[in-house]
Design a protein around this ligand. Structure first.
Ligand code: HAM
Length: 420
């Protein structure tokens, strides 16, 4: 915190999450983890920081994420750590470390958590952002590709985003497949180098595939005529891709073939996909994923063909206006008089223990003030206790929607709330 005006503000590119938005956030996370679990994806949590090499070797040193965007620091023991910029490499690291892949395959895992990239902040692009992801490790069956894509698509629809699905295959890195294609692409790019945008020329040597992702007008124009990976896939990769798209057709899932879709992380092989949402402006990718058949080996493990996705929750909630489930307050316990205040606390606590959402006044409000606060709380009912009611073992239950009220035995309160 350097100057007065910066004092006590959240760091640039980060956000505080406050009610009511925090409710939508939590609702979406709960919905996602439930939906993922129903397809067999079990929750996993990995540390927020990892040894830097996990990302250097996993995601690739030539990527923008590793080269420019990582929050890397040395601890007091001079070890280099990095705040995770993504969740896939850490999940693979954890699966290898704990031998999860020595049992039944595929290992199917789901996660939800913050990721960190030092990017230029703008709408939908933050330095701390939140991903929901699934990873299926240890299967190259084209059915799992379709399963993963369908689960992502369905979640997005469930939370009110109408995603467009872009699909591609980027083959595998051997000379028989993407290796040969890369030579063709580099030759093409060298021939066209003068027409490429200045900012993209260095990519020809460092990461030629990424020229497809350029936002520069000149480069976009050149890339329209560039050779596409899909025309250069080896037979097994082409057949795999045909099977994946066939499976998606069988599920009735609409997708657009996107031969220029290359993704920003180096571990991808074969299937690559992205979900976009109209109306988000330039940061319109609400999620993306693909196969990473070589990542396990890059991290020192055995061959483990795998696929997954991550969805960006910040962008999803920008794109969606849908109401998301949130636990509500069922009843507001109103107290009339000092004795009733103590009783209201006991009653609200008992109701909570019985599974109801219950609130009460802690600000010494009048009856009128408490009824107003009951409306604010969203409670359907007010349970009103006065000294007389307590004496008689009764409570007045008011339906705040219809305005009807009735006096009942206080021992019947839970039952009355159950069956309004
Ligand atoms: P990614 O495409 O880098 O893939 O990120 C996935 C999603 O995270 C993006 O589509 C976007 O919605 C969100 N996202 C990324 N960066 C930001 C940011 N700075 N601010 C807000 N949202 C952002 C991955 O991270 C891979 N690990 C996905 C994956 C899983 N592939 C296989 N398994």
């Amino acid at each position: 915190m350097s100057s007065g005006s910066d004092a006590f503000r959240a760091p640039k590119g980060t956000n505080d999450l406050l009610p009511p938005e925090s409710w939508r956030w939590q609702g979406a996370v709960r919905l996602a983890m439930d939906l993922f679990a129903r397809a067999g994806y079990e929750p996993v949590e990995t540390p927020i920081f990892e040894h830097t090499e996990v990302f250097e070797r996993g995601v690739g040193a030539a990527t923008e994420v590793v080269g420019k965007q990582m929050y890397t620091f040395k601890d007091k023991g001079e070890r280099s750590y990095t705040l995770r910029p993504e969740g896939t490499a850490p999940v693979v690291r954890a699966v290898l470390e704990h031998g999860l892949a020595s049992g039944a395959l595929p290992v199917k895992l789901a996660y939800a958590g913050p990721m960190f990239r030092q990017e230029r902040p703008q709408k939908g692009r933050h330095r701390q952002f939140f991903q929901l992801g699934i990873e299926a490790l240890g299967s190259d069956e084209p059915t799992i590709d379709a399963e993963v894509i369908e689960v992502g698509n369905r979640f997005l629809k469930t939370v009110g985003v109408e995603p467009q699905l872009k699909l591609n295959s980027i083959g595998h890195p051997d000379p028989s497949c993407r290796g040969a294609y890369m030579e063709t692409l580099v030759t093409f790019l060298r021939d066209q180098e003068a027409d490429l945008a200045e900012a993209d020329r260095s990519r020809v040597d460092t990461n030629p595939l990424r020229t497809f992702d350029s936002k520069e007008e000149d480069t976009i124009k050149v890339m329209e005529d560039a050779p596409k990976i899909t025309e250069h896939l080896c037979d097994p990769c082409r057949e795999h891709f045909a099977a994946v798209s066939g499976n998606l057709d069988a599920l009735g899932l609409k997708y657009e073939m996107a031969p220029s879709l290359v993704r920003g992380l180096d571990y991808y092989t074969r299937t690559a996909f992205e979900f976009t949402s109209a109306g988000l402006g330039s940061q319109d990718a609400v999620g993306g994923g693909g196969r990473y058949d070589g990542l396990s080996e890059a991290l020192g493990g055995p061959p483990l063909p795998s696929i997954g996705f991550a969805l960006g929750l910040d962008r999803i909630l920008l794109a969606s206006q849908a109401d998301l489930p949130r636990p509500g307050i069922d009843v507001y316990v109103v107290a009339l008089g000092d004795r009733a205040r103590a009783e209201a606390l006991v009653q609200a606590t008992t109701l909570r223990a019985q599974g109801f959402g219950a609130e009460l006044d802690h600000a010494g409000r009048s009856m009128k003030g408490q009824m107003k606060d009951a409306d604010r709380s969203g409670a359907r009912f007010a349970a009103i206790f006065g000294d007389r009611e307590i004496e008689m073992g009764e409570v007045t239950l008011k339906d705040l929607q219809s305005g009807e009220q009735a006096t009942i035995r206080s021992t019947d309160l839970a039952q009355a709330l159950e069956k309004p």
